[in-house]
Write a protein that binds this ligand. Structure first.
Ligand SMILES: *Cc1c(COP(=O)(O)O)cnc(C)c1O
Length: 422
């Protein structure tokens, strides 16, 4: 979190590995196996007929690998899974019907009654709501805001089985040393023959800009709805990990959870992946340009953009760091904090004055979006979570950044006039 951006920050990066670029473009696809079709076929089938009853029996015994039923495996979905696994440097990926289904798969697959979860940092709201839901099944949790290894270490209990991380987080954009937290989890060793598993929600960075498995994380989770899909036209999720960890989760949680991704949606993800490197480059530069405009604006108190504080480096140089920034960040409108209702009205006036930015949830598409977590009469509740009342979150799309800055300037002018009428 900073108030002023260095003028050269946007000239750094992003770095995208050439191998990743080729994976996204589809250079590893088996064209012969798909009759030369350059766009992979959509295999719209619920089941796969087996050559014999014997074969059916052995396929059912190995549903992790075999194609039996599309709730388990489907070639169009597997084509995307192979690519996401390759990008994350993992052995196995499973795509699901939403990011929340991915969260659900890891938590319900890894945990049982009596277990405990530690959430490091400000965590995606529905993930915490899901953890609350798990309380009725005897699974407790704690959220550790303002992460330091010491604070996380003291939150770990004997029965902690999952350490869940979001770095950067997606409202206040806190970052922390992921490898240090993973080490804490590993140092706990095993009790009951079980250790502390680590998971990181990597939706913000996309598989191109952060590789959590390189920091020793066990499970990488994605809302593929965001940058991987990239066009605001599909809801999907993904989990990546080793075969040893993913195979039990496949049986316990994926196959039984029933949140399989459909072949049509998998096809859209595959198309999204084709342009992921190009889009991420543009989100990186566009995001920095708008963040820098905001940093010098008198109505902005702070800009919360991970790239303004984190050291960006290529993964060749630092495999554990951030190699670029996506287009999602927040800033704090300079409200005066005396009359909270009046502050809310001014925030509302600012939001409603935006024309290019659409107002809406989600992010990662081609169009720029604005959202604010403030609600009338709820300033204290928001601040208790470490989020300023004047927080505005922007998802920078692919529009020319100058057009977006102009739009923000118009909204700041309205904001200024709304202050005068107090
Ligand atoms: C959107 C989001 C999710 C949930 O993904 P869905 O695809 O909406 O189910 C999880 N984590 C983060 C950080 C998100 O932004």
């Amino acid at each position: 979190m900073i108030s002023k951006a260095g003028p050269e920050a946007h000239l750094l990066g992003p770095w995208i590995a050439p191998e990743d670029e080729l994976v996204c473009l589809g250079h590893d696809e088996d064209l012969e196996a798909q009759s030369g079709a350059l766009a992979p076929p959509i295999v719209q089938t619920s089941l796969f007929a087996q050559p014999s009853f014997d074969q059916l029996v052995s396929s059912l015994d190995d549903e992790y690998r075999a194609r039996v039923y599309s709730r388990g495996n489907n070639p169009t979905v597997q084509a995307v899974e192979l690519k996401i696994a390759a990008l994350e440097g993992g052995e196995s990926c499973r795509c699901l019907g939403s990011g929340m289904a991915a969260v659900n798969m890891v938590l319900t697959g890894a945990l049982r009654s009596g277990d405990h979860i530690v959430f490091a940092g400000q965590t995606y709201g529905p993930t915490i709501n899901f953890a609350r839901r798990l309380e009725r099944f005897g699974i407790d949790h704690v959220v550790v805001p303002k992460v330091t290894p010491e604070r996380v270490a003291s939150a770990l209990r004997d029965n902690t089985r999952v350490l869940w991380m979001e770095s950067p987080s997606t409202m206040v954009f806190e970052t922390f040393d992921v490898a240090a937290l993973v080490q804490l989890a590993k140092d706990r060793g095993e009790t009951d023959g079980r250790s502390v598993l680590t998971a990181l929600d990597n939706s913000w960075a996309s598989p191109l800009f952060q590789k959590p498995l390189a920091s020793g994380v066990d499970f990488v989770v994605h809302s593929a709805t965001k940058y991987i899909g990239g066009h605001s036209d599909v809801v999907a999720g993904a989990v990546v990990g080793s075969h040893a960890l993913m195979e039990p989760l496949f049986h316990n949680a994926f196959l039984l959870g029933g949140a399989a991704l459909g072949p049509m949606d998998a096809w859209l993800l595959n198309r999204g992946l084709r342009t992921l490197p190009t889009r991420m480059r543009q989100h990186h530069h566009g995001g920095f340009e708008v963040a820098q405009f905001l940093a010098q604006c008198e109505h902005v108190r702070t800009v919360m953009h991970p790239g303004l504080t984190a050291q960006l480096k290529s993964h060749a140089e630092d495999p554990q760091g951030l190699a670029g920034c996506s287009g999602l960040f927040s800033f704090e409108l300079a409200l005066d904090g005396k009359d909270r209702d009046h502050d809310y009205d001014r925030l509302n006036a600012f939001m409603n004055a935006l024309r290019r930015f659409r107002i809406g949830v989600s992010w990662g598409g081609v169009e720029s979006l604005a959202l604010a977590p403030a609600r009338r009469g709820k300033a204290e509740a928001l601040e208790a979570q470490g989020v300023a009342y004047g927080t505005v979150r922007l998802s920078i799309g692919l529009e020319p950044p100058a057009v977006l800055c102009e739009d923000l300037q118009r909204a700041f002018d309205v904001f200024q006039r709304s202050g005068a009428s107090a």
